[in-house]
Unconditional design. Structure first.
Length: 224
C-alpha cells in the first residue's frame, strides 16, 4: 500500500541517493491544506516535491497533476513521481497555465535497460548531483536538443531568411518564406517534432512573404 511504499522510498532516498532522512527529507509536507508525500530540502530551499503511489500502481496524469499543483503553489522547480519501482522526474514550467516537462523516467524493475544507464539516471536524483546542479544541466541540454525545439527554431523568421539566402546562392531561385517553411514541415521535419506552433509559424512566414507596399522601380533588386 501507499504507506509501505513510502517506507521503501524513504530508505531509497537515504541509502541509495544520499539524502539525509532527518534533515533533508520532509514527510507529509503541508501545502495550502493538502499534503505532499515528501519534499526534498536544502536548508530553507525546497528542491523537489515527491509524490508516492503504491507499488504496482501505474503512474498516470492524475498523479502528476496533483504533484505539479503542489510544486506550483510552493514555487518548486521539480516533481518526482514514483511507485517505488519506477521514478519519473519532471521540470515544472511556470507558464499560464502551469505545465510540466518530463526530464526522464527510470525503473528499478526494467530488465531491458542497462544497469549503467539506470545508475546514471538515478544519480541525477542524488544529493551529490544536486550540489553540482547536474539535474538542471541535464534538463537544459535535453530541452535544447529536443526535436520540437529544433523545429521551432528552424521555422523562425531569422532561420527562414538565412535558408532562403543559401537557397538563392545555390540555385538562383528566390523562394518565399512560406514556401521554405512548407518544405521543412512536409519533407524535412518529422510530424512528431513539429508541435502545436507549426501552423502559427507557417502563417507568420506567409505574412512575412507578402510585401508591405508595392515595390518602386529602384527596389526591384531587393529581396522580399
Amino acid at each position: 500500500n501507499d504507506a509501505d511504499t513510502r517506507t521503501i522510498v524513504t530508505a531509497f532516498l537515504s541509502e541509495a541517493l544520499g539524502w539525509d532522512a532527518f534533515q533533508e527529507v520532509t514527510g507529509e509536507h503541508r501545502i495550502k491544506g493538502n499534503y505532499a508525500d515528501f519534499a526534498i530540502r536544502n536548508g530553507r530551499d525546497m528542491l523537489a516535491i515527491i509524490e508516492v503511489k503504491s507499488v504496482g500502481t501505474t503512474l498516470g496524469p492524475k498523479h502528476l497533476y496533483q504533484a505539479v499543483s503542489y510544486a506550483a503553489n510552493e514555487g518548486v522547480d521539480w516533481v518526482w513521481l514514483t511507485n517505488g519501482c519506477e521514478w519519473q522526474a519532471y521540470h515544472v514550467l511556470f507558464s499560464k497555465p502551469v505545465d510540466e516537462d518530463l526530464a526522464f523516467r527510470v525503473s528499478l524493475c526494467d530488465e531491458e535497460m542497462k544497469p549503467q544507464e539506470k545508475t546514471n539516471l538515478f544519480y541525477l536524483l542524488s544529493r551529490e548531483a544536486q550540489k553540482a546542479s547536474e539535474l538542471e544541466a541535464f534538463y537544459k541540454k535535453k530541452a535544447a536538443l529536443c526535436g520540437a525545439n529544433a523545429a521551432k527554431l528552424l521555422l523562425g523568421e531569422k532561420m527562414l531568411r538565412a535558408l532562403r539566402a543559401e537557397m538563392r546562392a545555390a540555385t538562383g531561385h528566390m523562394a518565399t518564406l512560406q514556401e521554405i517553411a512548407t518544405i521543412l514541415v512536409e519533407e524535412v521535419l518529422r510530424p512528431d517534432v513539429q508541435g502545436d506552433e507549426t501552423a502559427r509559424l507557417i502563417k507568420k512566414a506567409a505574412a512575412l512573404s507578402r510585401p508591405a507596399r508595392k515595390a518602386a522601380p529602384s527596389d526591384s533588386a531587393v529581396s522580399c
